[in-house]
Design a protein around this ligand. Structure first.
Ligand SMILES: [Fe+2]
Length: 444
């Protein structure tokens, strides 16, 4: 009798375990089908509309027209159809082998009020768009996702982001996965327009943006730089591949670095970074974030060591400035590390996050190395598509969440509260900033 009861209990336990397994099982998604987005309006109509911040109270509106004669004009106002202001800008076109791009327009508008919805139209054509400017103070919410692509998974990721209350999207490289097929850049621009025309999209370049071919087409980043103009001039940089900007009235400073631009100590990027970090006064800017493409810390088997040269060149600058967090892409998975400096846990170093899981067509990077030398520093790693949300609540605390795409749902799989190194007294931020300022003066 006792024996039968024990067998029944065992069976019950096995059933329970199977049921729990079924409930919590998550099948890793395969690569999604590429979605190509067509354009059926006349050639003079704006398409691929997106906006980006361009200085303290300005925005840059960018779009493309099939017609090379369309006007680079933006009319805007705070009520639908009532455009009390306008601005003109520039239009360019580029050639990639036999492909001639449409006219790429960039128009800077402002001054604009913070936290305000503006309605606008491009080139005098009655297709109305609207965007909301970022807030003047904290809190601010940043959606962060890399390696986006234009697949069914990308659509899922963007739909999830669209349901959040984000103020701005940050993209650490690998946008369209056009890979020299230029019409895919156009398709990507149309694919993201419903989101990128409504909130500022701030991007930096990945390897898929390079598109140079030795001898035949030696210039890199031609399509990316033409289409995705970022505020590099506004931040004292000489290259669209690295720049910085403030948001939430200067409470947050974001630095976008170029993994595929020179980064050694004698390079323009290094010198610009040293000067840019030295200008940040952490008493008024408690939060400092950096985005780049190839991660400096990574325990995934994919792209091992590819960010190492850049880490060796620049990590001390970021550490000296007490950067709060570094977000990277490139590896198609999610991974969050503790605060690190020089391969060791350090409470005054940045937290490192890989968020290259936007939904690209290449699929996921499934294999993590359990014995990697950084494995003990890695707090959570998973190969699933998804996106991150960074809600900077106040001067001291920010909530980071990673949202995994569970089919139609965005499931919070990781959550952590970050404490600002600028607001906490423990890491000698004032002293670190003075040292950074002094060394920038020496180097420039
Ligand atoms: Fe990449």
């Amino acid at each position: 009798m006792m024996e039968r009861s024990r067998q029944a209990q065992g069976l019950l336990l096995i059933c329970l375990l199977i049921c729990l397994r079924l409930v919590s099982a998550f099948h890793r998604p395969p690569p999604g089908r590429v979605i190509q987005t067509a354009f059926e309006k006349p050639r003079s109509h704006p398409q691929q509309v997106h906006v980006s911040v361009a200085g303290r109270d300005r925005m840059r509106v960018s779009w493309i027209t099939g017609s090379l004669h369309a006007l680079s004009l933006v009319e805007y106002g705070k009520a639908p159809g009532q455009y009390e202001a306008s601005a003109t800008g520039e239009g360019t076109s580029y050639l990639y082998f036999f492909y001639r791009s449409g006219k790429v327009h960039h128009v800077k508008i402002g001054p604009l009020e913070p936290g305000t919805v503006y309605y606008y139209r491009c080139g005098g054509i009655d297709d109305e768009f609207s965007f909301k400017t970022p807030p003047a103070t904290l809190p601010v919410e940043l959606a962060i996702v890399g390696d986006l692509g234009q697949t069914e998974w990308t659509a899922s990721t963007l739909a999830h982001i669209g349901k959040s209350s984000y103020d701005m999207l940050l993209l650490p490289g690998d946008l369209s996965y056009a890979d020299s097929q230029q019409p895919l850049w156009d398709s990507f621009g149309r694919f993201v327009q419903p989101y990128a025309s409504r909130r500022p999209w701030m991007v930096t370049a990945g390897n898929h943006e390079i598109e140079a071919i030795p001898i035949l087409y030696p210039d890199p980043f031609v399509s990316y730089n033409s289409r995705w103009r970022m505020p590099y001039e506004e931040s004292g940089s000489t290259s669209n591949l690295y720049y910085s900007f403030d948001t939430a009235g200067g409470a947050v400073h974001v630095v976008m670095l170029g993994s595929y631009a020179d980064f050694n100590s004698s390079s323009p990027q290094y010198e610009w970074l040293a000067a840019d970090l030295a200008k940040v006064d952490r008493r008024v800017t408690p939060w400092l974030f950096v985005l780049l493409h190839a991660p400096w810390y990574n325990t995934n088997a994919a792209h091992q060591g590819e960010g190492e040269s850049m880490r060796r060149a620049m990590e001390s600058l970021l550490y000296g400035a007490r950067v709060d967090a570094v977000f990277a892409g490139h590896v198609h998975a999610y991974e969050r590390f503790t605060r690190i400096y020089d391969n060791k846990a350090d409470p005054c170093g940045p937290a490192y996050v890989t968020i290259g899981d936007g939904g690209n067509r290449e699929g996921l990077a499934l294999e993590f190395d359990q014995n990697h030398r950084s494995a003990s520093l890695s707090l959570l790693r998973e190969a699933s598509f998804g996106h991150g949300e960074l809600r900077v609540a106040n001067a001291t605390h920010a909530r980071w969440t990673w949202h995994r795409n569970d089919d139609a749902y965005a499931t919070v799989r990781d959550e952590v509260w970050l404490t600002s190194l600028g607001a906490s007294g423990g890491c000698g931020v004032g002293r670190a900033a003075r040292i950074a300022r002094a060394s920038a003066k020496l180097e420039l």
